[in-house]
Design a binder for this molecule. Structure first.
Ligand SMILES: Nc1ncnc2c1ncn2[C@@H]1O[C@H](COP(=O)(O)OP(=O)(O)O)[C@@H](O)[C@H]1O
Ligand SMILES: [Mg+2]
Length: 252
């Protein structure tokens, strides 16, 4: 029996980025494995969001490589990266505030999903898909509410629903669970677990350590642009030296 080598969904090698003299990504290499949740942790300013920005084409690295299923991503515009099946959410959500929840989801549907074909059948399918997503994220009653009028937790779910609407197979979520109440938190965990069971690869940045323990298969620890450790949540978060950095007790 032969085994076919499987390209990980995402492979990052030797990635570098500096803002002036500040190295925010310092020779970072890692893979995101298929069908698991990888959580990127590290103190504020460690360079986590900047790393996402480089993967999604919002920021050009100074050097290194990023490949999605073996194909180079560097140099592509954000919409092209999205078209290849990478979706992200933002720390500051970036919803269309004046649009309804329903329309926020419609605009997140990529043409590649085939749902923008002309004709009534596709329109009906789009409507059904939006209704399903609103239901799944607990927003069915808010379909016609403007995004600005939603609660904080509802806006976070709308942001997640937009990622789901894209049908992307790789999700990059920037602090998706921060500030959620218990019920919302449980809904969030169930949604991510469901997606992973369906084969989605998830990488999220999260400060909520419950998420690290409850949902993460693997943890990457970033500090001052450097990947200091990777491993199981227990191994990484149980390391006293890393915990000291994480909780800001680093020796000067
Ligand atoms: N466009 C930019 N220009 C200059 N410095 C930036 C820019 N974006 C981020 N930084 C700096 O890069 C560092 C990492 O930021 P960020 O990736 O947002 O950290 P994290 O998400 O881990 O909290 C911070 O010191 C931040 O101030
Ligand atoms: Mg950040």
């Amino acid at each position: 029996m032969s085994t076919v080598p499987v390209e990980p969904p995402l492979r990052v090698r030797g990635l570098r980025k500096a803002f002036g003299g500040l190295r925010v990504t310092d020779d970072v290499s890692f893979d995101l494995a298929a069908g698991i949740v990888t959580t990127l942790v590290g103190p504020n300013g460690a360079g986590k969001t900047t790393l996402f920005n480089q993967i999604t084409g919002e920021l050009a690295p100074d050097g290194g490589s990023i490949a999605l299923h073996g194909q180079a991503l560097l140099g592509l515009a954000p919409w092209q990266v999205a078209r290849r099946g990478v979706a992200r959410s933002f720390q500051d959500l970036r919803l269309f505030g004046q649009m309804t929840a329903h329309d926020n989801l419609l605009t997140a549907m990529e043409p590649a999903t085939g749902l923008w074909q002309p004709g009534g059948a596709a329109r009906q399918e789009r409507r059904e898909r939006v209704a399903q997503l609103l239901e799944a994220t607990g927003l069915a009653a808010q379909a016609q509410a403007r995004a600005v009028d939603l609660s904080y937790a509802q806006r976070k779910f709308l942001s997640l629903a937009r990622v789901m609407a894209s049908r992307a197979r790789l999700w990059l979520l920037d602090e998706p669970a921060s500030g959620l109440d218990r019920g919302s938190y449980e809904r969030f965990v169930a949604l991510v677990r469901g997606a992973v069971r369906g084969g989605v690869t998830v990488c999220m940045i999260e400060h909520n350590l419950d998420i690290v323990a409850d949902l993460s298969d693997r943890v990457l620890f970033l500090d001052r642009g450097r990947l200091l450790a990777e491993g199981t949540p227990q191994a990484v978060m149980g390391d006293p030296a890393l915990a000291a950095i994480y909780f800001g007790e680093r020796a000067a």
